[in-house]
Design a protein around this ligand. Structure first.
Ligand SMILES: [Fe+2]
Length: 399
């Protein structure tokens, strides 16, 4: 993590963030204003597709004269085959761009399809580094309905490789959406369980980005604000989904944390959450939330001053509290928040057995952002940390 003002860094986020209740109505003009005349409109098939926001979005595109082909087949944790189908729809229709409406899954599927279509190459070729894109992804416009993934303002997209039970992230500058239309009214119907899981994903992004070795002053400012917004708003949005103020705070935090982690990378909470999600079907946000305090306990020795900052942002300690006490207060605050939100305390509560660790660990050890962790943990240490997260043993996680 950056400690000197003279440390070099860059901060790049070309996404135009358009925030506010009702902004979906302006989506068509925003797309048309980019000179785009035809799009693949990507969404899930369920409640999101039938939501009033989707109808508002279609009407907005109609009004602006933007033609769209609907691709409403996206399932959670989109697999490479689905991405290929969406890419084929783009190519077959000669479409110019992607408008993605929904949570992280439709937005990530839309991004991956936009890259695959532009290059005529399957997404797995890029994920496994068997090929590098020659062309940028087609333009992407994201209209999120959850506050968590940050995909609406990030350079990353995750695809599931079902043949190998792996979730693989890919980052490229052209994955930054041209516009993120963040309309909290689209979040009002999100059920409490989804609110909790996606909200904890957003919190995990801000926390891991703040603790990353690549953190800088700009990402720090964004992340501390996100942590304080989420700490205050997530319990409210969970308790009362119709609370527009709380939904708005979550929507801003979820989106902007995506911009921050695109600069800094994430850490081992995500490193463990990906295999837990890919192999055991645990929702991404739930997996992150369950694992978060254990990884934090492991980092407390190395990253105590910055964990104290995070605790202060949550209101769990004073900004000038001793670092060690602040770090402990942060772990405690996360445990408390999780229990308020009804999230599994340990991975065994989420259905993972101790003997599953050997299946999960190799994938976590190969996590592409492992080197960003403020504490360089050995393979053995990460193995013990995973065992502790399964057992629900915070003391053992402190290593
Ligand atoms: Fe995430």
């Amino acid at each position: 993590m950056s400690t000197n003002n003279s440390d070099p860094f860059s901060f790049f986020c070309p996404t135009k963030l358009v925030f506010g209740p009702g902004t979906t109505k302006g989506a068509g003009d925003i797309v048309a204003g980019m000179g785009i005349k035809s799009v693949l409109l990507v969404s899930g098939s369920g409640a999101t597709r039938r939501s009033p926001g989707f109808a508002v979005l279609m009407a907005a595109l109609d009004r602006a004269g933007v033609a769209y082909t609907i691709f409403d087949k996206v399932t959670p944790d989109p697999v490479a085959e689905l991405v290929a189908e969406a890419a084929e729809a783009i190519r077959a229709g000669g479409l110019e761009a992607v408008v993605a409406y929904g949570g992280g899954s439709p937005i990530d599927c839309g991004k991956s399809a936009a890259l695959a279509a532009a290059n005529g190459v399957g997404i797995l070729e890029f994920l496994y580094k068997r090929a590098a894109p020659n062309e940028p992804a087609l333009p992407i416009i994201a209209v999120p309905t959850t506050a968590g993934t940050g995909s609406e303002m990030s350079s990353a997209a995750v695809t599931t490789d079902r043949a190998n039970d792996r979730k693989l992230g890919y980052s490229i500058e052209s994955f930054f959406p041209r516009a993120a239309i963040v309309d909290p009214e689209n979040h009002l119907s999100m059920p409490p369980r989804v609110t909790a899981a996606t909200g904890m994903d957003a919190l995990t992004h801000a926390v891991e980005s703040y603790l990353s070795l690549a953190a800088n002053h700009v990402s720090d400012a964004v992340n501390l604000k996100c942590v304080s917004l989420i700490g205050a708003a997530l319990p409210k949005a969970y308790a009362d989904g119709g609370d527009l103020e709380a939904r708005s705070a979550m929507a801003i935090a979820g989106a902007t944390a995506g911009a921050a982690f695109s600069q800094t990378g994430l850490g081992m909470v995500h490193g463990f959450a990906h295999p837990v999600g890919a192999r055991f079907g645990v929702a991404h946000g739930d997996a992150n939330a369950t694992i978060l305090p254990y990884v934090m306990a492991a980092l407390a020795r190395t990253a105590a001053p910055r964990m104290r900052d995070l605790a202060a942002a949550l209101g769990a300690c004073r900004p000038d509290a001793p670092a060690e006490a602040g770090a402990a207060a942060f772990v405690e605050a996360i445990v408390e928040l999780k229990s308020k939100l009804g999230i599994a305390e340990s991975l065994s509560d989420a259905g993972i057995r101790p003997e599953d660790a050997k299946e999960l660990l190799p994938d976590a050890l190969g996590y592409r952002m492992r080197a960003r962790s403020p504490r360089a943990m050995t393979d053995d240490e990460l193995g013990r940390l995973l065992d502790a997260a399964i057992a629900g043993d915070l003391k053992a996680a402190a290593l």
